[in-house]
Ligand binder design. Structure first.
Ligand code: IMP
Length: 179
């Protein structure tokens, strides 16, 4: 992988290369295909950060499935604000559906913890949570994670959909904030 990169005013070092990510994405898609055969699951992608991850998992999935999107945000710069804002809401019914929530990263856990009751209110047939990254040291809100590609240390990361103040999402690898 290449050397240190700069996104806006901060420097980042290589952390997970593109092929390592793609291998895990394929494994996840295979696992979901085995677990959801004939269930026609509904992917619920949490925008913005999960768009690339959701797209790659969805493309790799060899079973019938649907996808929808919701936009939640709690981050400003490299810190969580603690307030979760819904700026694009749900426009499909989750009732009796097998819902798979696709999230980029569980950090404090507040975003999903505060959104999950809205999902359960609609009485889906089942709810599973699939995340690309989890920072267990930072997680203070309980979130029942069913599928996790990578458990990572409590350091800010960018790339593969994750941003620093809006930038860095287009990187195909994931980079960690330099010390
Ligand atoms: P939580 O509510 O603290 O779990 O934060 C979840 C959201 O914060 C994620 O969906 C990301 O959008 C953002 N986030 C958390 N950690 C990072 C990071 O290291 N880099 C970029 N975004 C992050």
């Amino acid at each position: 992988m290449s050397q240190t990169i700069q996104v806006l005013d901060k420097h980042f070092v290589p952390f997970l290369d593109a092929s390592t990510i793609q291998t895990k994405v394929q494994e996840l898609a295979n696992q979901l295909a085995a677990d959801y055969q004939n269930k026609k699951p509904l992917f619920l992608c949490i925008l913005n950060g999960a768009f690339m991850f959701a797209s790659d998992v969805f493309k790799a999935l060899p079973i019938d499935a649907e996808i929808c999107f919701i936009k939640l945000a709690s981050y400003k710069g490299t810190k969580s604000t603690g307030n979760v804002i819904t700026s694009i809401g749900l426009d499909v019914s989750l009732t009796n559906r097998h819902v798979i929530v696709i999230e980029d990263i569980i950090d404090t856990g507040k975003t999903l913890h505060s959104f999950l009751p809205q999902i359960h209110n609609q009485q889906p047939a089942s709810v599973a949570i699939a995340v690309l990254l989890h920072k267990p040291e930072a997680t203070t809100y309980e979130v029942p994670i069913d599928y996790c590609c990578f458990t990572i240390p409590n350091k800010f990361v960018v790339g593969y959909g994750l941003d620093y103040d809006g930038f860095g999402r287009n990187l195909s690898a994931i980079y960690q904030l330099a010390e």
